[in-house]
Write a protein that binds this ligand. Structure first.
Ligand code: PGA
Length: 244
């Protein structure tokens, strides 16, 4: 009943020339395909492939104002976005974003009817210290505001140590966190909302490991960095999800 979602995060990659990769993406009817390109490409991306959803990689918590270099949720919508990532670990690390800031950004996204893909995940030190579930619970509680629904929120579990490293948790570790997330969401928002919220895994997803990750408990799709940049790679992930 949850529609599966293959999401690509291009990070600070992509120029006009990269749009041909978007045009070559498959969009099977049974799943949603989302690309979060750099902001400079959002409106052109919409013309390159009108079957994929587009998203921002971040938005400011304020609607407008004196925030040089930032972008608002309203501007993302204006450019053609329907989603936005909030709390990606690179934003948390590079820009000091706390759970409180991420929650404010998530609210800003909702105020413009953007779907927020709220990202959470433990560091290697936290995993090794055995505090993964504790960290995840805190991030989930602090980054996802009260009014979350299945329509306005997607959660992406991205262990920081798996992002861009080629390291991937075991399927048991992924299942443990995803099952835990579903139960935490249920405690807070009730079973009906919790059952509808899509949970993505992210961190070194590739065509070669996608099938097994998508067969894992409570995994409703993926948030993909490096392997979303080339249509050949991302198409492999899209097909694996469509047939999961
Ligand atoms: P990766 O990045 O797929 O390159 O590991 C994932 C992400 O940061 O969303």
């Amino acid at each position: 009943m949850r529609r599966k979602l293959a999401a690509g995060n291009w990070k600070m990659n992509g120029t006009e020339a990269t749009l041909s990769e978007l045009a070559a993406l498959q969009t099977p009817a049974e799943i949603d395909v989302l690309i979060c390109p750099p902001n400079t490409l959002i409106s052109r991306a919409a013309s390159a492939n009108d079957k994929i959803a587009l998203g921002g990689q971040d938005c400011h918590r304020a609607q407008s104002g004196a925030h040089t270099g930032d972008i608002s949720a309203e501007m993302l919508v204006d450019a053609g976005a329907s989603y936005v990532l909030t709390g990606h670990s690179e934003r948390r690390t590079d820009h000091g974003e706390t759970n409180e800031i991420v929650a404010a950004k998530t609210r800003a996204a909702w105020s413009q009817n953007l779907v927020a893909v709220v990202c959470i995940g433990e560091t290697l030190a936290e995993r090794e210290a055995g505090t993964t579930l504790e960290v995840i619970a805190q991030q989930l509680a602090g980054s996802v505001p009260e009014d979350a629904t299945a329509q306005n929120t997607v959660i992406a579990y991205e262990p920081v140590w798996a992002i861009g490293t080629g390291l991937v948790p075991t399927l048991e570790q992924i299942a443990e966190v995803h099952d835990f997330l579903r139960s935490e969401l249920s405690k807070r928002f009730g079973a009906e909302i919790a059952e509808g919220i899509r949970l993505l895994y992210g961190g070194s997803v590739k065509p070669s490991n996608a099938e097994s990750i998508f067969a894992t408990s409570n995994v409703d799709g993926a948030l993909v960095g490096g392997a979303s940049l080339k249509a050949d790679d991302f198409n492999g992930i899209i097909s694996a999800l469509a047939s999961a």
